[in-house]
Ligand binder design. Sequence first.
Ligand SMILES: *[C@@H]1O[C@H](CO)[C@@H](O)[C@H](O)[C@H]1NC(C)=O
Ligand SMILES: *[C@@H]1O[C@H](CO)[C@@H](O)[C@H](O)[C@H]1NC(C)=O
Ligand SMILES: *[C@@H]1O[C@H](CO)[C@@H](O)[C@H](O)[C@H]1NC(C)=O
Length: 334
Amino acid sequence: MKQNTVLMMVLSGICFLPACFPQIYHISQSPETWTVAREKCRSKYTDLATIETKQDVLKIRTLTKTLSYVWIGLHADTESWRWSLENQNYFNAQEAGFRMWDDGEPSGSEYYKICVKLQNNGKWTVQLCETPAPLFCYNEGTSSFIYVNLNKTWKDAQSYCREHYTDLASVRNQSENEQLKNMLNSASAWIGFYRNSWKWSDGSAYLLDNWAPKNPSSLIKNTCAGSFSGKWYNVDCNDYWNYVCYTVQVKKVVKLVLKKSDSSVNMEEVKGEILEKLIQKLKEQNITGNVKLNWVNQPDGTIFSKKNEESKIILTQRPTSVPGLDYQSNPDLC
Ligand SMILES: *[C@@H]1O[C@H](CO)[C@@H](O)[C@H](O)[C@H]1NC(C)=O
Ligand SMILES: *[C@@H]1O[C@H](CO)[C@@H](O)[C@H](O)[C@H]1NC(C)=O
Ligand SMILES: *[C@@H]1O[C@H](CO)[C@@H](O)[C@H](O)[C@H]1NC(C)=O
């Protein structure tokens, strides 16, 4: 069809990616703790600032140029315990939830990053991951555990096990726990259980890594992220800082420039078909966040201006984040 030739040229210019629905940031210059700052952002705007793209980073940097730290929405995720072994098929439903915490454990709730050791009473305890200790590896080929009597940090222990065997040991049930306990030849040894992650206050995926060098520090307790000169630092959530909130732009008017390869095509006649093709294209890109497209009528009632073949389109609602798309594309249009 004729409109196909028109469309192919349009699509490189249409601005439907999340970069087109930018965060609108609001700086508040009345210092608060992170938690209070979040409450205030949520009552007045959407939430504490979420930063998803390099453009967001630049915007925050410009906005806070004259300020010291400002709170952003990033904070430690202290509930996300994980096994080093990433193969989820290794665990059945109950096994993934197996825990053998000692009394009073897991302690260390104030640390965002913490690692787990099995002690000679068979119970689990947490320890700063940088503390050297012996380790338990797991060898998939022989389905066996190996006790390694070397003093290593948890991270080095993980590398050691991955290099020589499969990974650090995961514990699926009481009998495996007993097996490890019986092999232990010291007060305690690392197993593969740990936590080490961050999350955004509004639930957005934590994708962009924009930490300042040597950050985040695993020694800072009760920690939340502050931005300083655009880079992130983890500081005590109870400190008082200015903060950045955001709202989301829900409507965007985009100008399309269309080129016709066939001058006999009447653009007004094919406008419906073009719109359908664009919607189809969004679906192919898996943009399912309720994005609606509408043409904008010009004062004379037409959509296309014949002189330069420009037209406008309205996008409403922000698409939910779409992994795998290049959010950076066409920043000039946005
Ligand atoms: C590991 O460190 C402990 C405590 O410092 C020490 O007693 C032990 O001998 C060390 N083990 C090895 C294999 O170096
Ligand atoms: C522990 O888990 C392993 C792996 O699923 C299984 O082979 C073994 O039978 C289990 N032992 C007990 C006592 O449930
Ligand atoms: C959209 O999702 C489908 C099914 O989940 C997948 O096969 C396809 O590759 C995705 N397309 C893009 C552009 O991500």
